[in-house]
Design a protein around this ligand. Structure first.
Ligand code: KG4
Length: 340
């Protein structure tokens, strides 16, 4: 049997990444993160697309070299079509098109969110790994999304719940900003929360129907509490930073897990996966472990290297689409917003 070798390209936000997957096994996954945004407290779209332009060729070159293959051995080029920043997506899309055309091989478009979910199917030779069994639920939580997805197969995914306003990562980042913490705030809150009391402060939780989420109320309740406390004691944040972070994190996790538990119970699905940038959160990971013990869930927690944007997840999704013969045409264009 000839090999199926897929080059994956990811450029949806501020990470330029290329990966090679051969027959479902990861051979390389190279990521160039952009430091240029740190000074601005958030990703600056124009700077992101310029940095992608600079990074894309060296990153692809390195991915091929690390995989120990030549470009002629590739079966197809898979790329992130969206959602993401338009200028950033255009760089990856244009490169993928040009590369596939020059090699006369198929082009495969990948939905970034599907990629995050299918990252659970990336195998590395010699490493112990268990793919999730279908159907499973996936909690997809990042800076732009908070969704519960019912995954029936590699290509059949249904969003059964999602945020009606802010994403969980945004709640972490915005509350961190109010406390004067650097961007992105999520990892900093996670670190400080380890030294704090999660029950020290109470913040509001949403009451919305179904399996949907809302985080804007929490953000407002956090902001108002700080404003009121600072009026009495100007050093309030500094003196309570750890407790504030621990309480904020515990509230976000409670909100996320309540709906996930409800969905698991109602649908009778006990295989549950975690994906997206916020899946790096240590408290959320611990909550998954706890649910596995308490409710008999079989859980899938991603490796840290797959919590941030990466091309391994694009290459594996491309691999399954390639096997299905789902190719993109050469006039394909990126999209900034999308549902699964
Ligand atoms: O998926 P991702 O890399 O990209 C976006 O969708 O933007 O997710 C980034 C988000 C940011 O909001 C960041 O603060 C959050 O993930 N994040 C975390 C942690 N690590 C990253 N949030 C909480 N705890 C963490 N350890």
């Amino acid at each position: 049997m000839p090999h199926t070798t897929i080059l994956g390209i990811e450029s949806s936000c501020d990470d330029t990444s290329a990966a090679v997957i051969r027959d479902g096994n990861l051979l390389s996954n190279v990521i160039a993160s952009q430091k240029v945004h740190e000074a601005f407290g958030g990703v600056v779209p124009e700077l992101a697309s310029r940095a992608h332009q600079q990074n894309i060729i060296p990153v692809v070159d390195q991915a091929l070299k690390q995989a120990g293959i030549t470009k002629e051995e590739l079966s197809a080029v898979a790329f992130t079509r969206g959602p993401g920043l338009m200028g950033s997506l255009m760089v990856g899309t244009s490169f993928a098109k040009g590369f596939a055309r020059s090699l006369q091989i198929p082009l495969v478009e990948v939905n970034h969110l599907q990629g995050h979910i299918l990252a659970h199917f990336v195998n590395v030779e010699g490493e112990e790994h268990q793919n999730p069994n279908f159907p499973f639920l996936c909690l997809l939580v990042s800076g732009g999304n908070s969704q519960i997805v019912l995954v029936r197969s590699y290509k059949e995914m249904e969003i059964i719940g999602q945020t009606i306003d802010d994403a969980a990562g945004e709640a972490f980042d915005k509350c961190a900003k109010v406390m004067g913490l650097p961007y992105p705030g999520g990892p900093v809150v996670d670190r400080l929360a380890k030294q704090g009391n999660p029950k020290a402060f109470k913040f509001s939780k949403p009451h919305i129907p179904e399996y949907n989420y809302s985080f804007s109320g929490l953000k407002t309740s956090f902001l108002y509490r700080l404003r009121d406390e600072i009026a009495i004691n100007p050093d309030f944040i500094e003196q309570n930073k750890e407790d504030l972070c621990a309480s904020l994190q515990a509230t976000v996790i409670d909100i996320l897990m309540d709906k996930l538990r409800k969905a698991s119970k109602a649908l009778g699905v006990k295989e549950v996966a975690l994906a997206g940038g916020v899946s790096a959160n240590s408290g959320l990971r611990a909550a998954f472990e706890d649910h596995a013990k308490r409710y008999g869930w079989k859980i899938h927690i991603p490796k840290f290297s797959y919590t941030t944007d990466n091309a391994a997840m694009i290459a594996i999704t491309g691999y399954y689409k390639y096997q299905d013969g789902q190719f993109a045409s050469m006039d394909v264009t990126p999209y900034s917003r999308v549902v699964l």
